[in-house]
Design a protein around this ligand. Structure first.
Ligand code: ATP
Ligand code: MG
Length: 428
């Protein structure tokens, strides 16, 4: 074994897994483009203060999960733990918020958490943010968009949308007081972490996994009783838009989310297929964040999906990406190989929709076919001595039940056209 190992909680994504990742990412790109969202790419590193101020000083992320370091100029920098803060910073800095904007990002995020299935220290998110629209139709669009993505992935059946409204900051302020007053009567029955949060971040207690605390919470006041008329109207209109589009959801009045910047709508897409790490996507509305970053007040809403958890879900459901290779080229010896190489080069130029792997380094037909099989190729293209001498080539099915055939040059071209067409159709 090599003396070097990847850092704990940070995984290599190996070539055999990347087709699934590429499929996951490509479906997202397609859906986002179809909804008029454009990609933004921001640096992995930002000033620590950016995250501390936006995510909240007394959240888990800022208190104990950030990768923070001093650079050579003694500035405190952090690896991004999420993408919204950087996106908002970039939008404000580049003066992009004078019109409404729809953007998305994809990339690694870093949080110093306890690694376990579906929870890593470097993980990946696709995030979507929409700026400039205060009304609930924006929230609805984000949710319908995410459902389109789940549909294309084939996982919509195993996902549930949980929805809540956490109202205005006044509503949360009043609710916090009521929640704290209630919990103070049950101090003995709640866990240590929650007791500590009573004074720092009481809303987070609703998230506690402790069974005793959960029992106590059953009798706690509900935030829904603290919403003002505007928040109620927003919530009800969103529910109406979703119902009209047949997107079913469940209200969860304990759903608060881990970041401080949300208001009104918050949501999570959850599944019962992944054990404890059941949330694959979460988001909500954050109307105050842009102004907090020095921009002019701009309403906003968005979500982030955790790609590792979506990959796990695709694997649990045994959903696979399409085969990577269409053709595997084998040849008899050095002489036929030189012909095969030139011919393969021509095929790649003439049929760019096909993925062609040529066997390199020689070896017996038997060992070459073993490789062909392992490559997942649909067909082997065989350049044997006799065939090459008479200008022919043999195609042999590796997966389907087609027939082995020996083809002339023009027959080969017809065969390759059909294969390219079939391969392009299967991608749609
Ligand atoms: P959790 O409650 O599971 O810790 P979170 O509320 O901290 O999630 P968000 O900050 O909302 O998560 O991030 C959005 C999504 O990113 C999550 O729903 C999840 O799918 C994914 N995610 C968050 N943290 C991790 C992690 N450490 N490893 C893998 N995926 C993660
Ligand atoms: Mg978390």
């Amino acid at each position: 074994m090599s003396q070097y190992r990847a850092i704990r909680g940070m995984a290599d994504i190996l070539p055999e897994e990347t087709p699934l990742w590429q499929m996951l990412e490509q479906t997202a790109r397609d859906v986002l483009m179809a909804h008029g969202y454009r990609e933004i790419r921001t640096p992995i590193v930002e000033s620590t203060d950016l995250f501390a101020r936006s995510i909240g000083e007394v959240t888990d992320i800022v208190e104990k999960e950030m990768y923070t370091f001093l650079d050579r100029n003694n500035e405190s920098l952090s690896l991004r733990p999420e993408g919204t803060a950087s996106t908002v910073r970039a939008m404000v800095q580049n003066g992009l918020l004078n019109a409404s904007q729809r953007v998305w990002y994809l990339g690694p995020m870093f949080r110093y958490e306890r690694p376990q299935k579906g929870r890593q220290r470097q993980f990946h998110q696709i995030g979507v943010e929409a700026f400039g629209i205060p009304s609930p139709d924006q929230d609805a669009e984000l949710l319908l968009l995410s459902r389109q993505w789940w549909r294309r992935l084939g996982i919509d059946d195993v996902l549930t949308l949980e929805l809540n409204s956490i109202g205005s900051s006044d509503a949360r302020h009043n609710y916090k007081a009521a929640l704290v007053a209630y919990l103070q009567q049950h101090l003995d029955a709640i866990d240590d972490d929650s007791r500590r949060r009573l004074t720092t971040n009481p809303l987070r207690i609703l998230d506690s996994k402790d069974a005793g605390t959960q029992t106590v919470l059953e009798g706690a006041p509900s935030i829904s009783d603290f919403l003002d008329d505007q928040s109620k109207a927003h919530r009800d209109r969103l529910a109406e838009l979703l119902s009209r589009a047949s997107l079913s959801f469940v209200w969860n009045d304990r759903l608060v989310r881990g970041l401080d910047y949300y208001n009104d709508t918050v949501f999570e897409w959850t599944t019962d297929q992944l054990g404890a790490q059941s949330t694959v996507c979460g988001g909500g509305r954050y109307d105050g964040l842009v102004q907090q970053f020095g921009g002019k007040a701009t309403p906003a809403a968005g979500f982030a999906a955790g790609l590792e958890r979506l990959i796990l879900l695709l694997q649990v459901l045994e959903l696979q990406a399409d085969e990577l290779t269409d053709l595997y080229v084998v040849s008899a010896d050095e002489t036929t190989l030189s012909h095969a190489m030139a011919e393969t080069d021509r095929i790649r130029a003439d049929y760019p929709g096909l993925s062609v792997t040529q066997h390199l380094g020689g070896g017996s037909f038997k060992s070459q076919f073993k490789r062909a099989d392992k490559s997942g190729a649909k067909w082997a293209l065989i350049f044997g001595d006799d065939e090459v001498a008479s200008g022919l080539v043999t195609v042999k099915p590796m997966r389907s039940d087609g027939e082995q055939q020996t083809l002339t040059a023009s027959e080969l071209n017809k065969f390759l056209s059909r294969l390219e067409q079939a391969s392009e159709e299967s991608e749609d």
